[in-house]
Design a protein around this ligand. Structure first.
Ligand code: PTJ
Length: 257
């Protein structure tokens, strides 16, 4: 893999691209996943390429929700596995969640690659792609409808990222709570989720884990209060306001030139 000088101003972003392209070459990431990352980068740029306060607040609510859950599941796709497999395993361990592979562009081979990446990152058990153990989510027509009976199907809280929106809506209709990580506050996923962490996935997953570690000693009443006080509409509105403020900031800089 090409190296990027330590001092390069866009090093982090370039390294992330390298990780995705390497994942693509290994058959982990699909071609469309590379396009999805490009859209994410554009929003990340507008959001200042940092974890904003609204994302920190959402991570706290997400952590509380996962800790309160009876059967939490982290749903993993190709991009997530290529960018943060190890962090996903650590988060699942912190909140006692199962890990399940669920792909939009599903092939048996790619399910296997994602399972393998998660196992190599330390996952003891990975659900998804088990054939007879799978069931279909009602009213969902993409390949994402095939889920594990012991995982997403029976979960009460599902954490997902880089989604197309339909599945989030279907999961919410099934009575589940959905924690979504999505850099686009306007996406159907962001709008339909119970808690949306508007942040880049490689920052968001460790962010939720740190929040969960900080809440480990909190009692259930305090966790419930944290979840109750959270308002996803307001969070998305704060994200949009941040984009607006940053546009004004950047256009002011141009105006001074
Ligand atoms: O399940 P797979 O592996 O077959 O891949 C499915 C993809 C990712 C191709 C599919 O779900 C897709 O097309 O997603 P979309 O509709 O492009 O949505 C991706 C969303 O994630 C967009 O709102 C992006 O802004 C956002 N996004 C992209 N990259 C990141 C991100 N959010 C957080 N971190 C990122 N790195």
């Amino acid at each position: 893999m090409e190296t990027v000088p330590e001092a390069h101003p866009r090093r982090k972003s370039i390294m992330t691209r390298h990780a995705l392209v390497a994942g693509f070459e290994k058959g982990l990431v699909c071609g469309q996943g590379l396009i999805a990352q490009g859209r994410g980068e554009a929003f990340d740029y507008l959001l200042g390429e940092e974890t904003n306060d609204f994302a920190k607040d959402a991570s706290e609510a997400a952590a509380a929700m996962l800790l309160l859950a009876r059967s939490p599941v982290v749903s993993v796709n190709g991009n997530m596995a290529a960018l943060c497999a190890r962090e996903i395993v650590l988060l699942a361990g912190e909140v006692g969640a199962k890990i399940e592979v669920n792909l939009f562009y599903r092939t048996d081979e790619r399910v296997e690659r994602v399972r393998q990446a998660l196992s190599e990152a330390g996952a003891k058990r990975v659900l998804g792609g088990e054939g007879r153990g799978e069931v279909k989510i009602p009213e969902l027509f993409s390949e994402r409808r095939r889920v594990s009976r012991k995982g997403i199907y029976s979960a009460d809280v599902v954490l997902l990222a880089l989604e197309d929106g339909d599945r989030t809506k279907a999961l919410v209709r099934m009575g589940k709570k959905v924690v979504a990580v999505d850099l686009n506050p306007l996406s159907a996923t962001s709008q339909a989720a119970t808690v949306t962490v508007v942040d880049e996935i490689t920052r968001a997953i460790p962010g939720i884990r740190f929040a969960a570690a900080g809440l480990r000693r909190a009692n259930r009443k305090a966790l419930r209060e944290k979840v109750r006080a959270f308002d996803n509409r307001k969070t998305l509105s704060r994200a949009l306001k941040r984009i607006g403020a940053r546009m004004r900031e950047l256009s002011g800089e141009l105006g001074r030139g």
